[in-house]
Design a protein around this ligand. Sequence first.
Ligand SMILES: *Cc1c(COP(=O)(O)O)cnc(C)c1O
Length: 356
Amino acid sequence: MPEIQRRTSPTQKPIPPAKDLKFGQHFSDHWFWSKYSEGKGWFESRIEPYGPLALDPAASVFHYGQALFEGMKAFRRANGEIGIFRPEFNHSRMCDGAARLCLEAPPKELFMQGLKQLIQVDERWVPSDEGCSLYIRPTLIGTEGFLGVRPSREYVFFILLSPAAAYYSGGNQTVKIWVEDKALRAAPGGLGATKAGANYAASLQAGLEAKRRGYAQVLWLDVQHEGIEEVGTMNVFFVLKDEIVTPALNGSILPGCMRDSALRLLREQGAKVSERRITISEVAERHARGELLEAFGTGTAAVISPIGELNLRGNTMVIHGHEPGPVAQNLQQTLIGIQRGTVADKFGWMKTLEQL
Ligand SMILES: *Cc1c(COP(=O)(O)O)cnc(C)c1O
């Protein structure tokens, strides 16, 4: 691994107070980046003042979308230490995605050392306010300037840090979701199981439409417009009368870290949890029978996002009276507690900087 060169910023930006933090709008003083070239391997790594990245306009990322990202969080723990939630999960998912997109994944040591040293340099950006965290955005792009269609032979891996407040202020809110029965986010054999930027490009139009109709996000269905896949940019769970269901990982669903964490916590608590195909017809039917008790999304940014209403072709299904249900609330509190260090971390999910 190349030694990480360091050029620190002569000035320090003011850190916005927690109440003014908007997701993804503020960045720390520095960023980390590393270069790869075929034959040379990863040959240069730097921590530098946050600023623009100069690339050849013919770089493959601009033309053929060779781009992959991750999303993870660091927390100021109750004892003042910094803890990072399951960073190995994110590195391993980046490796899987890189294989699918023919990108060169950063080795684990480079990923972890870059992360560790960047957070050390920008430690003051890790918020200590209740509900706040430091959102971490590792990104991998093809940078070779060449218009032929084949995988790039040069890559840049970089990490950005962005302080984040609790996703939904107020904490007790539910979201209204539009069931999307035309557009698809991903299809079998495609990129759906990777955090490719391209999946987001595919999802923007339906998300915008949903907002115009007064809904926060869409519920994505499969190619048959039947099987439920995800909710917005989150995995989705349904609490039915007799079991808790999340769609099985079928190749077009993103394997979320929070999905995995929620599954483990629920199973540990003895809940009956199924990873299986669940259709929108089944959800509508169970709702009509009063057997849909709760629905919620899981993801790093919001942790747990309870769904208060689904709109299927103009028919609304109100869930748990537009209020967060007990399963969602319990998971939210447990996960946030583990992240903050106030709930026992039985699975060893939290890593200190020294452990990276
Ligand atoms: C990132 C992401 C998720 C959630 O993954 P987490 O690891 O839990 O944050 C779910 N669906 C999509 C499409 C995503 O991009």
